[in-house]
Design a protein around this ligand. Sequence first.
Ligand SMILES: O=C(O)CCC(=O)C(=O)O
Length: 310
Amino acid sequence: MFFHHPDIFTLEQVSDKKLEKNSVRNKPIVIKQFAKRWKASELWDFNYLKEKIKHFKVPVYNNFKSDAYTPVNTADAYLPFDKYIDLILQQPEYKWRLFLFNIYTHAPELLKDIDYPNDLISPIVKQAPMLFIGGKGSITHMHFDIDMSTVLHVQIRGRKKFLLIGFQHQYDIYRKPFEVLAWPDFSHYSERLEELEREFPKLKDVHAYEVILEENDALIMPPGFWHHIEYIDNSIAISMRSINLSLSGVLRGVWYLTGMRWIDTIMKKYFPIYWNNFKVNHTKYFDNTLKKKYLLPHSRVQVIKPSEVN
Ligand SMILES: O=C(O)CCC(=O)C(=O)O
């Protein structure tokens, strides 16, 4: 993999309109100390969020990569928010994530602590400011956002490391057919790069960006950008999105959100082995070794998922 740096701006440079909207197209952009003006920057911590969200049941996800049997878009568990936060605070090894929690719908009181940055990405989907929380060591596996929108990700507490790869590399990173995910597990990729490239040789052609987002920093991800995220600390972040209004963006977004996801959901539910093997056989650049690794036997033996093992 070839590593590049994103463009880095200060808030002043952004306010001076030095950041042209067009430059958001193909390269990730970091804006240092972006959220400094937000009330959230001062107010948000785990206790404050506990007071606001209380025991509302939230979807949480573990660090296991999804497999042939993982239902599409389903959380690994549902917990009362305050209990989930206590687990993060009391157990340093608790690596579970709260993913895509919509504060507009479920905690609108928090909206007064943030601003919609319409001058940066527009039109912003006002109804979709999403909260992301996770314990130190949590991992959000490599994926791209299914709606092909531009995403502004704002880090409020803690730090996170992002590995970012343009959509055009979808086959070089071995995208799973009919999914927004990739076959390789990029967990702790920095320490395992050679091993990863040996197993998945096309990764050698990939141009990637690495970003460490610190408190108050914001990251703009262009439409379709693949992202893999490692939580360096306990973390609180929020993301906002603007729909990609280009014709290809709209067509892709609609197909992915409706057709592709629907087909994948049904096939995974009723024919998981057949569907997995279909995907393996239709993954571009899979050699025989990789096929062997991921093909599942058509046996009647009951398979126990890693998440079911105590
Ligand atoms: O921060 C995370 O864990 C996930 C963020 C993400 O996937 C997104 O903003 O689209």
